[in-house]
Design a binder for this molecule. Structure first.
Ligand code: DP6
Length: 334
C-alpha cells in the first residue's frame, strides 16, 4: 500500500450552529448542530507516512501556489491532531503533510472543518484500516474543530450535542441528491477573524442569552429537519436566519463581547431581504465571521448572484452548492 494519500474534503455551512462546549478539550458540544456539506469550498491534503520517528513536516500552499512551511500556530494544531490520530489508529512514525484550500481561511468559511476532515481521512487511509464514517467523524473532531466532525459526510448532517449524546459522531440526515441547494457566499472580508471559534466557545456561557438559547434549539432543529425532509426552503430559511442572528447575539453579548459582523455584512443582509420582497427565495446565515452564506434553490441562483455582485462591500462571490463527503485524489501536492 502507498505511503502517500491525498484527500479532498469539503467545508460545511452550519444551519444550526455549534457554539459553546461542555468540554472543549474533548470537543463535547453544548448543543446539537446541523449543516450542509459544501462542494467547491474544499481542502486538498496530502499526507505521507514515514517509517522513522522524527519531526513532522507541515506545509501549506501559498497564494502563488508554492509550498511553504505552515505558520507555527497552525503547525502546532496539526501536530496535535497527528498525535491523536496515531494513538487512536495505532500507528507510529512521522508524517509530511501539505494542505491547500480553494477559499480564504479563517474568515467564517470552515477551513478547519475541511482541513481536519481531510487529515483524519488521509491518516486513516494510510493506517490501512476499514474506517466507518462514524469513526472518521469521531477522529476528525479530535483536532479540536468540532465542525470537522460533520465534514466527513456529504449532504445534510446532524451532530448531536449535550441533550442527546455529546460524544456521538455526526450522522447524515439526507445525501446531497435529496435537495440541490445552493450557497452563494458573499465574501466581504478575507482577513483572518480576530477571535477564534475556540475562544468563542469558551466565552459563550458568559452571555445571558446562552441558557435560553439551549432551550430554544430542540424546536428549531425539529423545524430544520422537517424543512429539509420536505424540501421546504421558506421554513428552513426562516429557521436558519433566526439561528444565525442568535449565534451572533450570543457572541456580541459575551463577556468580553465578540463582534464578527462588519458594516458590509449588514449591506448583504439588506440585499437578501430585498430579494425576498421580489419573490426570490434567498436566506442568509453567517458562521463565526463577517461573510454571508446565501442559501437558495438553483432556479434563483442567477438572481442572487446578480444582486450580490452589485454590492460595493462584496469582495467576491463563491458559488457553492451541497456536495458529497471526502474523496481520494491522485493529484498529490508533493
Ligand atoms: C460558528 O470549533 O468547529 O462555525 O475551529 O473554525 O473549525 P473551527 O470551529 P469549530 O466551531 C464552529 C463554529 C461555527 C458553527 C458551526 O460550524 O457549527
Amino acid at each position: 500500500m502507498s505511503n502517500k494519500v491525498t484527500i479532498i474534503a469539503p467545508s460545511n455551512i452550519a444551519f444550526l450552529k455549534y457554539w459553546g462546549a461542555i468540554d472543549l478539550d474533548s470537543v463535547l458540544p453544548a448543543n446539537v448542530s446541523f449543516s450542509m456539506t459544501l462542494s467547491r469550498c474544499v481542502s486538498r491534503t496530502t499526507v505521507e507516512a514515514r517509517r522513522a520517528e522524527g519531526t513532522n513536516a507541515i506545509q501549506v500552499v501559498d497564494a502563488s501556489g508554492e509550498l511553504i512551511d505552515a505558520d507555527p500556530a497552525f503547525a502546532t494544531r496539526v501536530e496535535g491532531h497527528l498525535a491523536a490520530l496515531s494513538e487512536a489508529l495505532g500507528i507510529s512514525g512521522s508524517f509530511r503533510v501539505a494542505t491547500a484550500n480553494t477559499f480564504p481561511s479563517s474568515a467564517g468559511i470552515a477551513s478547519s472543518a475541511s482541513g481536519f476532515a481531510a487529515l483524519a481521512t488521509a491518516v486513516a487511509a494510510l493506517a490501512g484500516r476499514e474506517t466507518s464514517l462514524e469513526e472518521l467523524s469521531i477522529l476528525a473532531r479530535r483536532s479540536g474543530s468540532g465542525s470537522a466532525a460533520r465534514s466527513v459526510m456529504g449532504g445534510y448532517v446532524e451532530w448531536p450535542g449535550k441533550a442527546d449524546d455529546a460524544a456521538a459522531p455526526a450522522r447524515q440526515l439526507k445525501p446531497p441528491e435529496h435537495w440541490e441547494l445552493r450557497d452563494v457566499i458573499a465574501v466581504v472580508s478575507s482577513e483572518p477573524k480576530l477571535v477564534s471559534s475556540r475562544d468563542g466557545h469558551l466565552l459563550a456561557p458568559s452571555s445571558p442569552y446562552f441558557v435560553r438559547r439551549q432551550e430554544l434549539l430542540p424546536e428549531r432543529l425539529a423545524k430544520m429537519r422537517t424543512a429539509v425532509l420536505e424540501r421546504d426552503l421558506e421554513r428552513l430559511g426562516r429557521a436558519i436566519e433566526t439561528e444565525a442572528v442568535e449565534l451572533h447575539l450570543v457572541a456580541m453579548s459575551s463577556s468580553p463581547p465578540i463582534f464578527y459582523w462588519k458594516p458590509e455584512t449588514m449591506e448583504v443582509l439588506h440585499c437578501v431581504w430585498g430579494l425576498r420582497d421580489e419573490e426570490v427565495g434567498a436566506w442568509a446565515t453567517m458562521d463565526a465571521g463577517p461573510n454571508v452564506h446565501v442559501i437558495c434553490e438553483p432556479h434563483d441562483e442567477e438572481r442572487v448572484v446578480a444582486a450580490l455582485g452589485e454590492l460595493r462591500g462584496v469582495e467576491r462571490l463563491i458559488r457553492d452548492r451541497v456536495g458529497p463527503g471526502p474523496r481520494r485524489s491522485d493529484e498529490h501536492l508533493f
